[in-house]
Design a protein around this ligand. Structure first.
Ligand code: NAD
Ligand code: UDP
Length: 323
């Protein structure tokens, strides 16, 4: 798929993860069309890519996607992803997962393109099995505060496999675990941009609840490689894409303080409602079936991320607090 020039459509391509994907695709000789409504992303992330290789279409995927002509692959990333963003725009998040996924699937089917859904570890909810393997069915509250995102993605997965089974679409499901790196919005409320901007500003670092909850962080370049390995395979999945290096949130805050050399204190703020207590991917499937595993360790990923936030800080204002 990626070994020769192709036309790839990326929904949500102006966001954090999408813009890194578009950049990697263009640099590997693919022609890319990015479809994005800029609700949480920015065309600025793509401004350095040559227009003959990248078209940016401002469009909301909850409306039918304008036909870009023949495409070989559709990567569907358009959706709010930060808990702060999706709790603020719950209905829109559900619509992006439902109507948005169907519009992207129809386009893929029309052109016989391979379709990849950017699903999430949130389909496992607050997991009762640890680490999470793809055959675990999850523990999601369908009416809880995170349900607008979790259920949108669960529906999107169901719709994607139905298009595969009933309509012959060539589909793949990636369950992406927490990914971080340059181009995250300083104020998107997620842990890494919050901790890094707070540490750089010398403000207190806001650990939610006890800080004993865990996450497993994957550097964005590794996540992009995993997604492209899945796209390039004939696997449907679902396949976990993440880094199994699990740490408590408090330990992650301490690693950010070390990476920034900051003397900021850690302060505890109220726990987020329904916050998953543990999260760690089992990536055996990705290792064996795709030959993929992460290569960037946490200290190196944090070094690159903090350098980017430090360099862009003047335009981005001061630190962002979560809640
Ligand atoms: P992001 O908010 O930076 O990017 C989302 C992009 O989608 C933005 O550019 C936004 O403007 C666009 N978008 C949102 N709704 C849209 C709509 N209706 N029409 C068109 N464009 C729309 O988030 P991200 O972290 O880059 O996440 C990208 C995708 O990856 C999401 O689908 C998310 O669920 C998935 N994902 C991300 C992570 C992570 O840790 N970053 C983890 C699991 C899954
Ligand atoms: N978190 C925190 N302080 C912040 C932002 C987040 O302690 O300023 C915690 C959050 O409560 C959760 C973890 O960090 O336990 C990861 O949150 P994030 O929003 O990055 O992603 P999630 O995995 O919850 O989708």
């Amino acid at each position: 798929m990626l070994s020769r020039p192709r036309h790839v459509l990326v929904t949500g391509g102006a966001g954090f993860l999408g813009s890194h994907l578009c950049t990697r695709l263009v640099h590997s000789g693919q022609r890319v069309t990015c479809v994005d409504n800029f609700s949480t992303g920015s065309p600025e992330h793509l401004s350095e890519l040559p227009p003959e290789w990248l078209s940016v279409v401002e469009h909301d995927v909850t409306e039918p996607i304008p036909d870009p002509g023949p495409v070989d692959a559709v990567l569907h990333l358009a959706s709010a992803a930060s808990p702060v963003d999706y709790r603020r725009n719950g209905v829109e998040t559900l619509r992006a997962g439902a109507a948005g996924t169907e519009h992207a699937l129809r386009l893929a089917l029309r052109w016989g393109a391979r379709f990849l859904l950017a699903s999430t570890s949130e389909v496992y909810g607050d997991p009762e099995r640890h680490p999470q393997r793809e055959d675990y069915r999850g523990n999601v509250d369908p009416v809880g505060p995170r349900s607008v995102y979790d259920e949108a993605k669960r529906y999107a997965e169901a719709l994607t496999v139905a298009y595969g089974r009933e309509r012959g679409a060539d589909v793949a499901l990636a369950r992406i675990f927490n990914t971080y790196g340059p181009r995250m919005r300083a104020d998107d409320g997620r842990m890494i941009p919050a901790f890094v901007t707070q540490a750089l500003a010398g403000d207190p670092v806001t650990v939610a609840g006890s800080g004993e909850q865990t996450r497993s962080l994957c550097y964005v370049d590794d996540t992009v490689s995993g997604l492209l390995a899945l796209l390039d395979s004939d696997l449907t999945g679902p396949v976990n894409i993440g880094n199994p290096h699990e740490l408590t949130v408090r330990a992650l805050a301490e690693r950010v303080l070390r990476a920034t050399g900051s003397g900021s204190p850690i302060t505890h703020v109220p726990a987020a409602a329904d916050d998953p207590r543990r999260r760690c991917p089992d990536i055996s499937l990705a290792r064996t079936a795709l030959g993929w595993q992460p290569t960037v360790d946490l200290d190196e990923g944090l070094r690159r991320t903090t350098a980017w936030f430090a360099a862009t800080r003047p335009e981005r204002g001061t630190s962002a607090s979560l809640r």
